[in-house]
Design a protein around this ligand. Sequence first.
Ligand code: MG
Length: 265
Amino acid sequence: MKKSFLLISLGIVFFGCQPSSKQNEGIDVGELVLNGQQEPTTPEETEVWEPQPPKVNVNPETGVPSDAIVLFDGSGFDEWISSVDSTAVKWTLNEDGSMTVKDKTGDIQTKRNFGSVQLHLEWRSNPESSATGQNKSNSGVFLQNRYEVQILDNNDNDTYVNGQVGSIYKQSIPLAMASSPTGDWNTYDIIYHEPEFDDNGKKTKSGTITVLHNGVLIQDHFEIEGTTEYIGWPKNEAHGKAPIKLQDHQDQSGVSYRNIWVREL
Ligand code: MG
């Protein structure tokens, strides 16, 4: 969108008042060069002054941007419901401002529906867990209730790599294993763009996902293939906005979460 605006603006600047059928279209600078368009000779010709980006302030104590929706700050489950039956969340609210998966009470999800988002969350594996493989602090965050970014304790615990921590489950191996030591807090910063579907329900554009794990790029604009299935191929049924979901893997994972906020894109 912003790129298109810049290109349109450059097009207007380049073409000035000359009538052109391309004046209101996105015009590629590379194309202008190829077509022999005269190169600007002053810096002003390639300056764009509108629109001004909105100002966003980040709270120095919490790190939360001023335009973010806070989904969890430790004060309660106001933004969440049980995915099982839409009743109140049964996970444990801790005194330190975190929450912990309560085994076999089911996934939880946001009351609000979201499309494309920037999502921040912090999670911690369970230092008491003696489980191995996929049962060691397994949880996960699902974008639009369908696409899982895996959460797992892979410290000295190997599993299939397309299901390890930071994978897009069964679809994309993370570029790095950036986990904190077992029991320490991790951050996920996720940029997610929702898929697009035509009127017949056919997918016309894949969703994409970028993930920073503790500040390390582990998913780089990956094109999501469809739902992240435990068994079977990814599915691509049309959908609109949907909740963000956190997983109860039902194996006494004991994963905790804190400081969750989202910015709609
Ligand atoms: Mg999981």
